[in-house]
Design a protein. Sequence first.
Length: 331
Amino acid sequence: MALAVVVPTAAPAQAVVAAPATRPFGATIDAPAGWERESSCSPTEKKGPRKLRKLLDATYGRISSNIVRPCSASDSGHEEGRALDWMVNVRVAEQKVIAETFLGWLQAPDEFGNAAAMARRLGITYLIWNNSMWRTSTGSWTEYGGCAARNKRFTKFDTTCHRNHIHLSFSWDGALGRTSYYTGFVACPAPVSDPWVPAFLTPVSGVVTVAPVRVLRTRYGVGLANGPCRAHPDIRLDVPVLGVGGLPVAGVANVVLQVQVTRVDAPTQVRVWPGGTAEPLATALTADKGVPGTATVTVPVGTGGLVSLELTGGMGHVTVDVVGYTAGAFV
């Protein structure tokens, strides 16, 4: 008689859940986004939440989600189309693993040691999940709405306490797709301090033409200490111009610049003015999506040789070439 041999089998292993796949990024990263209060009624899906939902669907299959809600007194971001509710439930084991894998991907440092790398690149300001809130600016979890209390452990509180979905709120830059996740570029940093008050020279000659020399090109990091970036609307760029190319290191009253603005994501106005003075109301040039703007601008140069530029409306790339100058003196 043959003997039956029973071979023990291991218990089924829990399926490995993959994190979302994205392209590689460099070491430069967006600053952590802080919370931005709702200021309008705009319940249309914005680019950032829509793109993240598409990534989640591609990674984990289609799971119910919501971006917009009718306008109300709430301040969640949904009323401006810059929040995403992803309906994963902590009480369902498979969905809990998916949720925790995704959150780990958002909060993990990158290969360069940048904390919360993907949350920063996406422009996430905060998220709420399973009784707790996590803020990108602090990188820490805190209890949400008293939801850890025993009297709120019941399923009737699962929506309020975000046990049946993850809520993600976006900054406006994240919502509009202006962060490095979408464009590959961080925003050019603002100057660390205001420049000195200029002392203007009086022109004493005509314009001296010089061979064009590039003093700023945001797309390739020319003239920028931190490398490539995109000019953010309402953030000033200070450009030193004295001593470059054929310009003297002193004795320059005005500088002639060729300014170009490209790849803007909205109608854009550009102002150019002497560093250290109040920003003018006059626009030097304009640009639009698919329509670059170019202008030749003559602007006084203050003590230290700074010229300032600022975009209003859209975000894009700026190129500045020095093409001439006017000599000057104190009179």
